[in-house]
Design a protein around this ligand. Sequence first.
Ligand code: 4AD
Ligand code: MG
Length: 432
Amino acid sequence: MSQITTIDRVGQFVGQMVTIRGWLYNKRSSGKIRFLLIRDGTGIIQSVIVKNEVAPEVFSATDILTQESSLEVDATVRADARAPGGYELQVSDMRVIQVAEDYPISPKEHGPSFLLDNRHLWLRSSKQHAILRIRSHVIQEAQAYFNREGFILFDAPILTPTACEGTSTLFETDYFYGEKAYLSQSGQLYAEAGAMAFGKVYTLGPTFRAEKSKTRRHLTEFWMLEPEVAFAELEDILLLAEELVCHLVNSVLTYRSEELKVLDRDVTKLQSVVRPFPRITYDQALDILREKGISHHWGDDFGATEDTIISEQFDRPVMITHYPVQTKAFYMKGDPLKPNLALCVDVLAPEGYGEIIGGSQREDDYDKLVERLEQHNLPREAFEWYLDLRRYGSVPHSGFGLGIERTIGWICGIKHLRETIPFPRLLQRIYP
Ligand code: 4AD
Ligand code: MG
């Protein structure tokens, strides 16, 4: 009897017969021997078929096998130090499930738009595999971290009546008669209700920005992880952000080193990501820009160029705090000592990967919040429920949003976000 198993587990079956189910990655032949590279989603293994050790029809079937044909093999597992992964299969039987049509993706170079059109197949290649495995790991590890720290997972709605991050990137839907509805830009406002109910919560879900510009750092649909903490001030969430980021990077270094190898990631760059992270204010960031010969108008937000120059001064993520209030969202609390500055933070990844976290202390005073809504021309009726949070037991509270794709891009060393999510949604891409 042969045991059905997966390639990542064959090491437990050395000398025994196993069945592996998968797809043909590549093949080559040498006289009376065929070498099939089989992948099954957990790994790739070389399978050796010797002419006089299998039935004639099994041996001849190897000739019709094309790349990505699906198959099952019964084989004996052999330890082989020279084999990638350390094991090899000696095949005794093979069943072809489907012979694949000419596969459009070959080892030769393809352009990005061809690959994106074939994203549903591109996912099978080893680089994409490594990135998405790291993504899966990071999301699970972040959730494990919050669960350990006593946070409640608190799902925010996707369809919302209000803007959270400014009205210029809102996605409008026309489903709710007589009332506007938008795809959520952030789960934050709902997370604040959660924090007042549970103390510490986090949301994790897709968020949407109708970004009008085509950049490698912006997706129209991306995932955000947003902790929100009652009784926390800016300082508290700076510490939380630092600890979370260090934990995630460390965990990938420990458990996903094979994937980092596939991606050719310089891990020494990730190893230097340790606490404490440097902290600078917006004004100090302007000084850095000035030293680099870039003049920046006080009061304007930073763009990709500024973010890159600032982050390149440090070997680990840098936290920029105290932006001018006018550059930031309506809900941010002003610094009591300098009310024109917000108690906020942007965390920029090193090596020019851009902003991975945006967060702040929230305005917890009812009157000031009403004023801020007016200044931002936001319709008060839609925010009455949010104002209730300041009417009934308002407390200082803070939180942040970590962009999953930006974080994965940085950890994996991938400059364009399109490869960091299974099916990217971009300004000009909805297919597949
Ligand atoms: O800085 P942002 O806009 O902050 C918020 O949405 C807050 N409401 C979060 C909070 O305090 N709970 O977005 C947070 C992060 C950014 O730092 C960035 O990593 C990512 O989300 N992000 C994007 N990622 C990909 N594509 C886009 N278009 C993104 N916009 C923001
Ligand atoms: Mg931001």
